[in-house]
Design a protein around this ligand. Structure first.
Ligand code: FAD
Length: 292
């Protein structure tokens, strides 16, 4: 089933959930136990990240397969095109088609750290190239893309990044999943800008469950999202007074409050970056209450 249709037909806001494939196969039973617990949120789809470094691509496929065939979840594997050949992308998407997967999140990925890397050597330069390629070769696929409410860190300006986000939609993608955010105003502003440019596709905000100050620091350093200074200071204060448990409690309340404000503001759905953690996500959803 195409996610764009599921979004269009859904009666009111929903959750979608993002998972990353655990590298170590010994962690899979626990992973699938968490996936099972989070089915309580009735996710409209479940996305599975794709390691740009190459290590976890088979795992992305296998988890996608199990979601689809064993758990009856609608999967959306991520797919990055940095350093990939057209043959490799064709092979991966063909495999997805063989197991009945209709959706993919088309991403560029980050440049690898190795000194010899050059964007000019690859067969794909931007996520929009991947969108075009998948659409041309697999027109039946539904394609999502990434969006950055505070602009992608490589962009010189918001306007430039908005321009390229629109280009991904114009290239044939169907919806946008946002980078995680800690200020709902960024999401509403981003959507308003896209609407003003004529983009009518659904845009899903990304919400992160906060596990600890250290995990927030690590994630912020990796993804380039913004965090309001005041909230960060509150997290530091909670950490100093009550340690990780206090940080998690504050983060849980903060995420639940963001979800309420997003829903009140009319979001189609909320994309939860689960970090494969059922407990915190379930508490966030419980605190946020029914999404109506
Ligand atoms: P692009 O859309 O290509 O954009 C990258 C930069 O290039 C931006 O600055 C953009 O403005 C600019 N740009 C785009 N098109 C053009 C053009 N035609 N000409 C000039 N400039 C252009 N990474 C992973 O490795 N695996 C994952 O599973 C993964 N999942 C993600 C899920 C979400 C929801 C998000 C938001 C990000 C995810 N990422 C993942 C990270 C992502 O790969 C990085 O953010 C990467 O740096 C950019 O990918 P993109 O698809 O947004 O690239």
């Amino acid at each position: 089933v195409k996610i764009k249709d599921l979004i269009g037909q859904h009666d009111g806001p929903f959750y979608s959930l993002e998972y990353f494939p655990p590298k170590n196969p010994e962690m899979w039973p626990k992973f699938f136990a968490n996936v099972g617990r989070l089915m309580a949120l009735n996710p409209v789809f479940c996305s599975v990240t794709y390691g740009a470094g190459g290590g976890t691509q088979d795992n992305t496929f296998e988890i996608t397969r199990r979601f689809k065939q064993d758990l009856d979840l609608e999967p959306m594997p991520h797919l990055t095109c940095v350093g990939a050949t057209k043959d490799k992308i064709r092979g991966f998407v063909s495999q997805l088609r063989d197991i009945g997967v209709d959706n993919v999140l088309a991403l560029r990925g980050d440049a690898p750290a190795d000194a010899g890397f050059s964007w000019d050597d690859g067969e794909f330069r931007h996520a929009s190239d991947l969108v075009e390629f998948v659409n041309a070769e697999f027109p039946e696929m539904c394609v999502g893309v990434a969006g950055y409410p505070t602009a992608h860190p490589e962009s010189a300006s918001f306007a430039e990044d908005l321009h390229w986000t629109k280009a991904k939609i114009d290239a044939g993608s169907d919806f946008i999943v946002c980078q995680l955010l800690f200020d709902v105003r960024e999401y509403f502003h981003f959507v308003a800008q896209l609407r003003a440019m004529g983009v009518t596709s659904p845009v899903l905000p990304g919400i992160l469950p906060i596990q600890s100050l250290e995990s927030v620091r690590r994630i912020l350093s990796l993804c380039g999202a913004n965090i309001p200074g005041r909230f960060y200071l509150q997290l530091e204060e909670a950490d100093a007074k009550g340690g990780a448990a206090a940080v998690k409690e504050l983060g849980t309340k903060f995420a639940a409050d963001m979800i309420r404000r997003l829903v009140d503001g009319g979001v189609p759905g909320v994309h939860l970056y689960t970090l494969n953690q059922a407990e915190t996500c379930l508490r966030i959803a419980e605190m946020a209450g029914p999404l109506r």
